[in-house]
Design a protein around this ligand. Structure first.
Ligand code: SF4
Ligand code: SF4
Ligand code: SF4
Length: 202
C-alpha cells in the first residue's frame, strides 16, 4: 500500500500510526482493552442479576395439615394467610362441614352455627339444594378451622394460601419457620398461586 493511500474500513488489523506505534500507543490500547473487559464483566453481572427472578412465599396446599400456626405466627395482624375456595372441587352442599359446626342448632347463618370465628364465610342459596360458599377475605384470619371441617366430611375445597397483596415477603417467613409440615417455601414471583386440586388430594 502506498503511504498516501487512504486506509480502507475493510482492512482487518489496526494500522499503526505515529501516535500508537510506540510505548505510549501500547499503553493506550492496553488501558482500552482493560476497560472493555471490565465493561463486559459488569454487563454480564447485570444480565445475570436480571435473570435471577424475585421469589415469594407460598403454601403447598397438598402438604398443609391445617394446624393453627398460620393465624398466629405471621408478623402481620391479621395474618397474610387467607382461606381460598377451590370452586371446582366444592360440592355446594346444603350441610357444608366447613361452614357449619358439627351439631348446628339449625342450617342457617346464625353465628352459633358457624365454624368460622369471624363470620368470614358467606353462604348463598343457589338452586335447591345447593349453596355457594365464598370467603370474605378481609375478615379471614387464616385459622384453618373451615379447612379442617371441609377436609373431614366434605370435598376439601377450602385451603390456605399466603396472599401476595398482603404478605410483606419477610426474608425468613415466620410461619415457614414454625410450620410442622414444611408446607411453606419460596417460589418464583411469576408463578401462579399454588392451588388445591382434586388430583393431588386423591
Ligand atoms: S403452619 Fe403449615 S401446616 Fe399449619 S396451617 Fe400453616 S401451612 Fe398449614
Ligand atoms: S374458619 Fe378461619 S380460615 Fe376459614 S374463613 Fe374463617 S377465619 Fe378464615
Ligand atoms: S413472609 Fe412474613 S408477612 Fe408473609 S406470611 Fe410469612 S410471616 Fe407473614
Amino acid at each position: 500500500m502506498a503511504a498516501n493511500e487512504p486506509i480502507k474500513s475493510t482492512d482487518a488489523a489496526p494500522i499503526p500510526t505515529s501516535d500508537n506505534s510506540g510505548r505510549r500507543g501500547f499503553l493506550r490500547s492496553g488501558v482500552r482493552g482493560a476497560l472493555l473487559v471490565a465493561f463486559g464483566a459488569v454487563t454480564s453481572l447485570l444480565a445475570r442479576n436480571s435473570q435471577r427472578e424475585r421469589t415469594v412465599w407460598q403454601i403447598d396446599p397438598q402438604k398443609c395439615i391445617s394446624c393453627t400456626n398460620c393465624a398466629t405466627a405471621c408478623v402481620l395482624t391479621p395474618s397474610a394467610v387467607k382461606c381460598v375456595q377451590a370452586y371446582r372441587m366444592c360440592g355446594y352442599c346444603k350441610l357444608c362441614t366447613g361452614y357449619f359446626e358439627p351439631e348446628p342448632n339449625g342450617l342457617n347463618a346464625g353465628a352459633e352455627n358457624q365454624v368460622c370465628p369471624t363470620g368470614a364465610i358467606k353462604r348463598t342459596a343457589l338452586e335447591d339444594p345447593y349453596y355457594e360458599y365464598t370467603i370474605d377475605e378481609p375478615l379471614c384470619i387464616g385459622c384453618a378451622k373451615c379447612v379442617v371441617g371441609c377436609v373431614m366430611f366434605g370435598n376439601g375445597s377450602f385451603f390456605l394460601q399466603i396472599r401476595h397483596d398482603r404478605c410483606v415477603n419477610c426474608n425468613e417467613c415466620n410461619i415457614a419457620i414454625t410450620c410442622p409440615a414444611e408446607a411453606i417455601s419460596r417460589v418464583p414471583a411469576s408463578q401462579p398461586y399454588r392451588l388445591k386440586s382434586r388430583e393431588h388430594s386423591a
